[in-house]
Write a protein of this length. Sequence first.
Length: 493
Amino acid sequence: MSGAGADHPDTEVHGDRDTRFFGQPFALAHVFGVEMWERFSFYGMQGILLIYMYYAVAEGGLGIDQAVATGIVGAYGGTVYLSTILGAWVADRLLGSERVLFYSAIVIMAGHVALALLPGMLGLGVGLVFVAVGSGGLKANATSVVGTLYGAEDVRRDAGFSLFYLGINLGAFFGPIVTGALQSSVGFHWGFGAAAVGMALGLVQYSFGRKALPSEARVVPNPLPAGRRPIFVGIALAGVVVLAVLVLVGVIRADNLAGIVILVTLAAAVAYFAVILASRKVDATDRSRVFGFIPLFIVNVGFWSLYQQQFTVLTIYSDERLNRSIFGWEMPVSWVNSINPIFVIILSGVFAAVWTKLGSRQPSTPIKFAVGAIVMGIAFLLFLPFANGAANSTPLAAIVGILLVFTLAELFISPVGLSVSTKLAPKSFHTQMIALYFLSVALGTSIAGWLAQFYDPTNEVPYFTILGLIAVALGGALLLAVKPVLALMRGVR
């Protein structure tokens, strides 16, 4: 038996018997809580980030060109997921997942404080860097900690990740509601301040529950020898210096950030796959499973490049094209970002119950991924009946319906992707395999920001048609390849 339970049989048995948190181990509640508050702050800030950048200074914004602003949002989102490499490496080599999760939450809070208190571009730059790095560390390691709560054969695993995903979306729902209300009534910086308070609440809650987590969450799987640490410190400092120089000489600019992050993420993904596949610590079974992960990785990139346009194209669409008037009152732009989490909150329990009920008869992971990509493509095609309309002409009910389809696609892919990354991970690359999953999200998110520059509200048909059909084609290709992919996954479904 591979996975967490193989080396900690007592933990696995205890986990199988512990059903105090909605049928799941009670320790899940602690990770559920910190992730919920982190998502409150993350999505609360992101709900007002794009309009903060392109609104005029007189409206409280920074007056950045809209196309440049969407690229920055995409690059920032991609950097969040790209930073999971750093967080995963520190967890696997230095501190263990649980400690990295805790320290990352502190860094995130500092980033939101910077956005709230520092003026102009300085606050934007410092805040986004801190939030991106901290969120990257928290993301991979929260997922890894959840994975330690289940044995390899525990059929509750996918359901547990779906419940964990519910916590994410509770935060994602309330975050934009609170920050959007504050932004529209008293200003952007009050909204960013609310995000900082949310992360502080998450830290307090998690501090009380850390000790209840399994000891395995604190294990350093592949410790870095003390004599080699100065070398890596030097590499890290050199990297910071190189980045600073590239910014100062104009190689890295606001208008090309998304493209740079795409290239860096693609290179990192290729290198990561190569390192894991070439490692002597990976046996033939694990190596085959990593190969089986590659088609899932590709489809995931396609999915997220459409899904993450909620924070680029859909934000602009909501600001300029959506009729947000409700009985004479105009809904804040950011509240549109709370529609998807409502559906996730409602439907994640349904999906978890279905997967639990079906047990070993549920569709395999490649089939779930394929269906998710196809449904995501259909969601983009559903924009076509409203394409090229007048300003504020799209009914709110239409966007609600489209975002319902977004949610169905998401629930087929996202919690399942988190789960399968822990099941396919070689033992020595447990957290780093999760980081590799998040690299696919990073690549898709960066592409979402880059694609937004081609969105033209006066000629939307080609944009939504081409992207929708590409996603459908990706899902169809994976459906045709289900059998060989499962063969590579060596017993993991």
